[in-house]
Design a protein around this ligand. Structure first.
Ligand code: FES
Length: 154
């Protein structure tokens, strides 16, 4: 039985047919819709590379069945910039060297955008580190990431 869902991704509506209930939001975003900015790291909820916003809340796309977010408003890293103008959090990551290899960066940025939008980032570096603790950086660019979250709120 084919299942049909509708996702609104970065403001664009996508009607997606699924052969069964198993595809994750991450796989649908990358393989069906073609938005590969959202990264697959661990594929089991441990690294945060797949972070997107679902109805404004941070979600690990690898842990979310696409079927469960039918009708949701989803924001991915591709939806942040406006033309050539980076989102303030993206600009802050550039200004503060909040990355090294860059693989985790889309998830880090989406998590930072969500954290700030939740009004829970604050200006205490320890609090920011706690708020961003679901996002792992194998290069350990954490000082720059924390600085970027601070800078984006300045
Ligand atoms: Fe989803 Fe690692 S790929 S948390």
């Amino acid at each position: 039985m084919t299942l049909s869902i509708t996702l609104v991704v970065n403001g664009d509506r996508h009607d997606v047919s699924l052969q069964d209930a198993r595809p994750t939001l991450l796989d649908v975003l990358r393989d069906r819709i073609g938005l590969t900015g959202t990264k697959k790291g661990c594929d089991r909820g441990q690294c945060g590379a797949c972070t997107v916003l679902v109805d404004g809340r941070r979600v690990n796309a690898c842990l979310s069945l696409a079927l469960t977010v039918d009708g949701a408003d989803i924001t991915t890293i591709e939806g942040l910039a406006t033309g050539d103008d980076l989102h303030p959090v993206q600009s802050a990551f550039v200004a503060c060297d909040g990355f090294q290899c860059g693989y985790c960066t889309p998830g880090q940025i989406m998590s930072a955008v969500g954290l700030i939008a939740e009004g829970d980032a604050g200006t205490d570096p320890e609090r920011i580190r706690e708020g961003m603790s679901g996002n792992i950086c194998r290069c350990a660019a954490y000082p720059g990431i924390t600085a970027a979250v601070l800078d984006a709120q300045a």
